[in-house]
Write a protein that binds this ligand. Structure first.
Ligand code: SF4
Ligand code: SF4
Length: 297
């Protein structure tokens, strides 16, 4: 069995990536299984998805603690121990990094499995004009590393899965193009059958009395302590020269992450701005640009 674990943030499309991979493997004649797990269902929050591919019926269930392949859509998650990106890396035959050059990440985070990389974000931005919705490229990386899925299987799976989403025919064509370019650029991983512990766990969460465990929920005025800025994929940056001080972005920000200075210029609280970009959409003079985040805030 090949066990694949995807990591990304809400908006990256790792749930869809696991579905595309599962469908591609099914079309290739394998038994497959795919499932996601996420906590806060919001853009930018950490998301993990799992896929299993086997020639025989799959009786294993649940999270994958000992993967053969780790596929990472956003390297800022390596800064977040709770995301568990490198959990079980001892059994992994390869890790895919969404990056142009994997070497700095491998050195900084002591990544053990052989690293394969492709800048899926850049390719997606090139074709779709945005740095999120990476599902086709990330699924393609996993499909190629598995070594048992053909280009035709992958293309059919991308078309099948996108047919269930509200996307235009042009977007489907571009996602196929992204998938095929990633597929062509990578080599299959050399999968090794490392012995696995019988009861590996992704995370062990101790039982806490509900009242004690939920104390931060009961406390009033606790939003300030939740640094949702770490969820951001893009950062709003205000051009003070273009801004007319109309205040619309300040009013429309759903997180109260903006304030106004003495001149009426909006200031963004990057600890709490979650990057929804509503402020940018409502700005009548396009004074707020989208800057890609390169590290967790
Ligand atoms: S992107 Fe803009 S609207 Fe959204 S949370 Fe940040 S400041 Fe507020
Ligand atoms: S909506 Fe645009 S012009 Fe109005 S205050 Fe915000 S940045 Fe300035």
């Amino acid at each position: 069995m090949i066990r694949i674990r995807f990591h990304g943030r809400g908006g990256h499309g790792v749930k869809t990536a696991s579905r595309i991979l599962g469908t591609a493997a099914f079309l290739a004649g394998f038994e497959t299984q795919d499932s996601p797990v996420y906590g806060a269902e919001r853009r930018g929050a950490a998301v993990t998805a799992f896929a299993r591919i086997s020639e025989t019926p799959i009786r294993e269930r649940g999270m994958i603690a000992q993967p053969d392949l780790i596929v990472l859509a956003d390297d800022t998650l390596l800064n977040d121990p709770a995301a568990g990106v490198l959990v079980g890396q001892e059994t992994a035959s390869a890790i895919f990094l969404n990056a142009a050059d994997p070497a700095p990440l491998v050195a900084q985070y002591h990544i053990a499995p052989p690293a394969r990389a492709f800048d899926v974000t850049a390719r997606t931005r090139e074709l779709l004009g945005r740095p999120s919705a990476l599902s086709a490229g990330v699924a393609s990386a996993a499909a190629k590393l598995c070594g048992c899925i053909t280009e035709a299987n992958l293309e059919a799976a991308v078309r099948e899965e996108f047919s269930h989403l509200a996307v235009s025919p042009d977007a489907v064509t571009k996602n196929v193009e992204i998938a095929l370019s990633v597929f062509a650029a990578l080599e299959p991983a050399v999968l090794s059958d490392v012995p696995r512990a019988a009861t590996a766990e992704m995370a062990r969460v101790p039982y806490v009395d509900p009242v004690l465990g939920a104390s931060t929920v009961y406390n009033s005025g606790n939003a300030e302590q939740r640094h949702t800025g770490a969820w951001r994929v893009e950062r709003p940056v205000i051009d003070a020269g273009l801004c007319t001080r109309c205040g619309l972005c300040f009013v429309e920000c759903p997180d109260g992450a903006m304030s106004l200075d003495a001149t009426g210029l909006p200031l963004v609280d990057y600890d709490h701005c979650k990057g929804c970009m509503i402020c940018s959409h409502v700005c009548p003079v396009d004074a707020i640009t989208h800057q890609p985040e390169t590290a967790a805030w």
